[in-house]
Ligand binder design. Structure first.
Ligand code: SAH
Ligand code: SF4
Ligand code: F3S
Length: 472
């Protein structure tokens, strides 16, 4: 396979450039106050954030500036997430609230996209219940945003564009990144795993890996531009490379990026334990730029529950993997996702999760109560435990993890950490950044340091946040 067969054709992108110019001209006239303004709100994971940055890039080329205020906007785009029911409800609420904004500004153009829109029932509900939404599109067609906007404004018709999954990968779209210190680089799209609770494979389609040369070139450019941290993104980065003409696995990709000289750090997410290899941990340990940090979601500590989740590893395999990784890197920082109350999970099985997290001493956890997603296998499973009971288990989990995180942070007092400074915490006036292990450190310092690395001596631990002072 040649490059051009796995990327969206130049013709298609050229066509979109023509629409871009047309929309730019139309919006100049339609805009309420001079330069047209867009509000782009992204929900969900970093993949969505990365998509949002591409759509902002396209909107910039269409002449838009950006705003956070609905009443100022000529175009509002909600980039949605379908991972849990609560996430969807929030989006529906926020879309509903746009009705009044549109009443005040009838020429406002409203678009809704992202993972929620790849579900038939959701797109249908938008069609019927939210007639003021002009454009609805899915995750596979974001490069056609200019064309969709053109159609909506010139034909005064609602535009619905979903599905259309192809083997092509979209390369060459403009990107308007949200910051200039940390950047997201997608290495693969989609997911083939079909964990029984998860909607992602249905809304994001099959796994597709970007060409390694395109990824390395993007990383090199970012480093040259002065970005200090790159996070490689994919739902299961460890299966990177499937279907590529050249045999390149994720470890090899990491080595190629790590070979780029410069003062930066490299992270990646998410790793699936079933595909995490010893080679991966060896690569991290031997690298110059990869943080000794891995987000490796275990989801549950019970082998029976893991099987029902279709995760393809058990408790022992997870423990073995981490044992190996910690032998290689005693300073390895681990984080994980946990689902509480998977259908049929018993309290004893939940306690196996508690014991696993005690044993693992995760730096932090992302914890969720199971949410049935229509169309997934788990949504059909019997689920006798009440929601109230699940919330009690959930609190127990949080309490246990808080103690672990506090202990871990306390053990860091006295050490000196290399911190990438991200911002000033407006509440306490301190600079705030992260260690390589992804722990937040706050300390006094100058505004000019934002976006730079500093060595910070940790003087105090406040639960899961560290305080310190700059020593260089
Ligand atoms: N690809 C990643 C996860 C992406 S979704 C992985 O495999 O680890 C992020 C997290 O949301 C998942 O790890 C899981 O913990 C949680 N999640 C996904 N579907 C869920 C559901 N139906 N209910 C509750 N939590 C869910
Ligand atoms: Fe969902 Fe599993 Fe794919 Fe992660 S690996 S996105 S949890 S199906
Ligand atoms: Fe949500 Fe889609 Fe990410 S469902 S978690 S935004 S891939």
């Amino acid at each position: 396979m040649k490059d051009k067969e796995i990327t969206v054709t130049a013709d298609e992108l050229q066509k979109q450039k023509l629409y871009t110019a047309d929309v730019a001209a139309i919006m100049q006239v339609r805009a309420m106050h001079g330069t047209p303004k867009a509000l782009v709100r992204t929900y969900g994971c970093q993949q969505n954030v990365a998509d949002g940055e591409r759509m902002k890039g396209m909107l910039s080329e269409m002449g838009f500036e950006f705003t956070e205020y609905e009443d100022e906007a000529d175009f509002i785009l909600f980039n949605t997430c379908a991972i849990r029911e609560h996430a969807e409800d929030r989006v529906f609420g926020n879309i509903g609230a746009l009705k009044n904004v549109k009443r005040r500004n009838p020429s406002l153009l409203i678009a809704v996209c992202g993972c929620m829109m790849e579900q038939e029932r959701v797109a249908e509900r938008i069609k019927v219940s939210f007639p003021f939404v002009n454009i609805v599109f899915g995750t596979h067609v974001i490069h056609r945003l200019p064309e969709m906007m053109y159609t909506a404004v010139t034909d005064s018709k609602r535009v619905f564009l979903r599905g259309h999954e192809s083997k092509e990968i979209i390369e060459g779209l403009p990107v308007r990144r949200d910051g200039n210190t940390r950047a997201w680089v997608t290495v693969m799209y989609g997911c083939d795993n079909f964990c029984s609770y998860c909607i992602v494979p249905y809304v994001r389609g099959r796994e597709k890996s970007r060409h390694p040369d395109a990824i390395v070139a993007e990383c090199r450019e970012l480093i040259e531009q002065g970005y200090k941290e790159i996070t490689l993104l994919g739902q299961n980065v460890n299966s990177y490379g499937k279907g590529l003409p050249e045999k390149v696995n994720f470890s090899e990709l990491l080595r190629r990026i790590d070979a780029i000289d410069g003062d930066y750090r490299l992270r990646f997410m998410t790793s699936h334990p079933k595909d995490a290899t010893h080679e991966l941990f060896d690569t991290i340990a031997e690298s110059r730029h990869i943080c000794h940090y891995i987000h490796l979601p275990c989801q549950s500590g019970s082998s029976r529950v893991l099987k029902a989740m279709n995760r393809h590893y058990d408790r022992e395999k997870y423990l073995d993997l981490i044992r190996y990784a910690k032998e290689k890197m005693p300073d390895l920082s681990l984080t994980s996702d946990i689902i509480v109350g998977f259908p049929g999970e018993t309290y004893e099985e939940f306690c196996e999760t508690l014991s696993l997290i005690r044993e693992m001493e995760f730096t932090s956890l992302f914890t969720f109560i199971f949410s049935p997603r229509p169309g997934t296998r788990a949504a059909e499973m019997e689920d006798p435990v009440t929601y109230k009971e699940k919330t009690q288990w959930f609190s127990e989990l949080l309490k246990t993890q808080e103690e672990i995180a506090a202990k871990r942070c306390a053990s860091m007092v006295g050490s000196t950490e290399r911190v990438l400074i991200e911002e000033r915490n407006e509440k306490n006036g301190l600079l705030s950044g992260r260690t390589a292990s992804s722990i937040i450190v706050e300390f006094p310092g100058e505004d000019e340091w934002i976006g730079e690395f500093k060595n910070v001596k940790v003087t105090e631990a406040r639960n899961w946040i560290l305080r310190g002072e700059c020593v260089d």
